[in-house]
Design a protein around this ligand. Sequence first.
Ligand SMILES: *Cc1c(COP(=O)(O)O)cnc(C)c1O
Length: 384
Amino acid sequence: MIVNNSLEEVKKRENALSIIKNKVENNGRSSLFDLTGLSGGFIASPSDINLLETYVGPAIFEEELQIVGKEHMGGDKVLPLNRTSSGILATILTLVSKDSNVVHYLAELPAHPSIPRSCKLVGANYSETDNFEEFSIPENTSLVVITGSTMDHKVIDEDEFKKVIEMAHQKDIPVMVDDASGARLRTVVFNQQKACDLGADIAITSTDKLMPGPRGGLMAGREDLIDQIKVKVNQFGLEAQPPAVLAMLNGIKNFNGNNLINSFERKDKLFELLDEKFDNFQKTPTGVMISPEGLSKEIKIENNLSENDLAFVFSFILLRDYGIITIPPVSMPGASATIRFDLSTTDAFKLHLNDLNKKIESSFIKLQEVVSNEDECREIVFSF
Ligand SMILES: *Cc1c(COP(=O)(O)O)cnc(C)c1O
């Protein structure tokens, strides 16, 4: 096994960042193709930045974010956070008591790890299911969680979404929606309603997923709950800092749903190209992906690597040889090792699909060449 625990995940991320730094320094930013769908960004004019240096700026940006954020998310009030995970943690710290139940419905397992981890921290009993028939809300439940779109971009059925909210509200239980990418993917590509408009009490989105914003979280929902959660957020330092608030505001203003819709069409072409050589790529709403299990089925060479390790080595080869950034090399501990090629981001429009297909194919050939040599694989993942 190569990447075996959270510390090793942190180490592989450090290595990925130094590969990226080196490429930028030697060959410029244009040598990188960020296909994570989380390409973030920091849109700010010089006058915005000047304002940041005064006490006035944060007041202006936070107030404007109330307007722009509510348009994007719905709800009575928004709260900018350091990350989506911070918002999930703060909601659970606020609403969930020890020994109570938290039940989670999502289109496909697994949930984002911040949800079970936060429940564990408060001593709650957590359960999750992707089988709607099996979903029920037991006695002594303090919070119902719904994921709008999973880490692998599996989108919930809107009728099931509504039914889960209805079931929770019949028992007066609040509903938190993890809408990290869903706030845009569900609404723009699948024409679903905003989580708050469907009745969610709290919804949280990630401001760098499928939009040109910084890594951060934006919570929206019922004012009374947001106020209570805000206390925890400030007590534990989970709030977004003024520079991030500024970039969130501009990121939302610059969000262009057409990129999502265009990538929806381009992904079919890429899928067809890949499908000539591979059997295990799948379509996502805005690109293609291959799961660790799928990747291991493609490999015909004897090896001792775990499925996740194969995904890490493959994605590091894509990064090292072609500057293609996917999530596994740069992800935080516990994230999915699925390799997703998101076509909705600016960098994706700079790549010809034939060219991208060839880069993926030749990275795969290199993967097959090294896969039986564990030491070499370890070096690809950890040492630059
Ligand atoms: C990305 C993601 C998160 C976490 O977002 P962070 O900003 O990394 O905290 C939570 N849930 C889902 C479904 C995600 O895709």
